[in-house]
Design a protein around this ligand. Structure first.
Ligand SMILES: [Zn+2]
Length: 212
C-alpha cells in the first residue's frame, strides 16, 4: 500500500504517519530524512545535487523527485510507503505516479489533514524543542527540561504567530492544486478534520482508522 499524507507542519501528520506505518507494516518516507541522509554521505551519487539544501535554497522538483526515486529503488520500500512531505506540487505528484506505475504500483490512498488555524497556533506556539536531542514537546506537558535527555527546552524563532499565519496561508495556496489533483484521481481520498485543540493523537488515529 502506498499512502500520501497532506497537511501543514503542525497538523500532526508526521506523528500519525509513524503510527500508521507501524500499524500496517509500511515504511515512513520523509523527504527531510532522505536529504539529511544523503548530505551525510559524500559518496552518494546524489550528494552534489542536494547541496542546495545546505545553502538554504529551495530544492527543485527534479531534485526532490530524484531523491524519492532513489529511495524507492531500495528493497525496504518495496512493501509499501507512507509519504510524508512529498509530493508538495502537482509536478511532484505526476512524477510519483510515473515512478509507481513503472513499478506496477499506485498511490492507493491520500490522507489530508485539514487543520484549523486555531489548532495550528495552539500547537506551534506551545511547541518546545529540546536543544540537544531535538525532541518535540508542548508547554502543556509542563516539562522544565527535556524528559528524554535533560537538555534545555527552547521555542523555535519561527514559531511565532505572524510567521505561523504566513506559513499556513502559503501552505493553503500551494496545496490547493495538489488536493484537486488527488480528489479527481482514482486514489482513495480521506479528509481528517483537526479542528479541536483537545484532540489527542489517539483520537485522530481512531478517526483515520474509522475512515479507512
Ligand atoms: Zn532532549
Amino acid at each position: 500500500m502506498y499512502i500520501v499524507l497532506l497537511g501543514p507542519p503542525g497538523s500532526g501528520k508526521g506523528t500519525q504517519g509513524q503510527i500508521l506505518a507501524k500499524r500496517f507494516g509500511l515504511n515512513h518516507l520523509s523527504t527531510g530524512d532522505l536529504f539529511r541522509a544523503i548530505l551525510g554521505d559524500e559518496d552518494h551519487p546524489l550528494y552534489p545535487k542536494v547541496q542546495v539544501v545546505k545553502e538554504g535554497k529551495l530544492v527543485s522538483d527534479d531534485v526532490v523527485n530524484l531523491v524519492v526515486e532513489d529511495a524507492l529503488n531500495k528493497e525496504e520500500y518495496e512493501s509499501g510507503v507512507i509519504f510524508d512531505g512529498y509530493p508538495r506540487t502537482v509536478a511532484q505528484a505526476e512524477a510519483l505516479d510515473d515512478m509507481l506505475s513503472s513499478r506496477d504500483r499506485k498511490v492507493d490512498m491520500v490522507i489530508d489533514f485539514d487543520v484549523t488555524e486555531e489548532v495550528l497556533l495552539d500547537r506551534l506556539l506551545g511547541r518546545r524543542v529540546c536543544s540537544s536531542c531535538k525532541g518535540v514537546f508542548h508547554k502543556k506537558q509542563g516539562y522544565d527540561k527535556c524528559p528524554k535527555c535533560g537538555g534545555k527546552l527552547i521555542t523555535r524563532d519561527d514559531d511565532n504567530e505572524e510567521t505561523i499565519k504566513e506559513r499556513f496561508e502559503e501552505y493553503k495556496n500551494k496545496t490547493a492544486p495538489l488536493q484537486q489533483y488527488y480528489k479527481s484521481g482514482d486514489s482513495k481520498y480521506i479528509c481528517i478534520m483537526v479542528d479541536d485543540v483537545d484532540k489527542t493523537p489517539d483520537d485522530i488515529q481512531k478517526q483515520i482508522i474509522d475512515k479507512i
